[in-house]
Design a protein around this ligand. Sequence first.
Ligand SMILES: C[S@@+](CC[C@H](N)C(=O)[O-])C[C@H]1O[C@@H](n2cnc3c(N)ncnc32)[C@H](O)[C@@H]1O
Length: 367
Amino acid sequence: MQTVLFHHTPMAYRNSSKQKPPQHALAVQETSAERIIKAAHQHTATVWQGDFHNAKQVLAAIKKRVRRKMKAESDPATAFHKHRMAQAQQSQIINMLLVEIAGDYTVNAQRAPDVQAALNDVFGASNGESFLLPLNQLLGFIGAHEWHKKGVDIAELGDKIHVPFGVFSPIRGEYLALVAQTRLPENCQSAQDIGTGSGVLAAILAKRGVGKIIATDNNPRAIACAQQNVQRLGLSQHIQLRECDLFADECVDLIVCNPPWLPAQATSAIETALYDPKHAMLKAVLQRAHAHLQPHGELWLIMSDLAEHLGLRQKDELAHILAQNHWHIAHIAQTQASHPKAHDPNDPLAFARSQERTFLYCLQSQK
Ligand SMILES: C[S@@+](CC[C@H](N)C(=O)[O-])C[C@H]1O[C@@H](n2cnc3c(N)ncnc32)[C@H](O)[C@@H]1O
């Protein structure tokens, strides 16, 4: 548990990113964005105890001040790394506006909303101890909780998938159609879904008639989330969930894996579903999947080419990694990215996102 000196007394502090806690925190009723930013530069966080809605406005003002327009870079990889560095620096300042959460998950501020359900969703039952939390993260948890309750419509299931904070959401779901439409291997009765997240791909395979699917993830939140989705969809007799590193022991007809797509360092737990340093997970899957496939089985790998447009991977590098690990590409299905960010001209990475395509590689073992 991290602590912060709050008026010179240690107090518990929570932050869902890997940022270092501030050195000190001081309580105020109300103050301005400038003062909070100035204190932040002196490693002092501000704990807002006045009106909650005013705190939200001041937070918006802080964001406006710290978000600078970045100058265009000719090299895509430099643009990507500068963008991430700027995001990390901005978030460090933004997260210096804190609120105090009491042991019963109420916020110590006037006109604060009821956040008990949202905090239960993220942290589980309270241990009864008060703690300090960045307001920006609290607002994120409230939004995530609303999405969790509402669910994401999945056309391929004719149903919803519900995803809490901390689990990868299939909100930009163009890859789901690839898994729903690509021809299954002959007589496909069993499958493993590696890194199942919300369980969405396992559910699509079960709906397609694959009788037994083992879905794995090393994130316990993902396993709990997938378990609930599988139950809600009435697919428990077809899908088993296992919390483990990559593979379950069984040999199956089909392995599906949608690994994190970008070879870069994650800065928070949730980002580990998006960033895979040096493609380590991808490479481990490609090395180890042979041993878990039946002789005529297939490995379905879902990857976008965003890393190539960002200059983080050479154009022919993926083909090289596949060949090096003894995989033959039997078929490739592809689709254009259709999520709103792909067409947002204000996104500093729009130059890459607008060209992004998502691929489903159907791979056969050559070992
Ligand atoms: C991009 S998400 C895909 C989630 C889901 N399959 C989907 O397509 O929506 C990658 C998932 O892999 C999981 N993961 C990462 N490393 C893993 C490992 N070594 N073993 C098992 N799961 C892992 C992450 O927790 C995350 O849920």
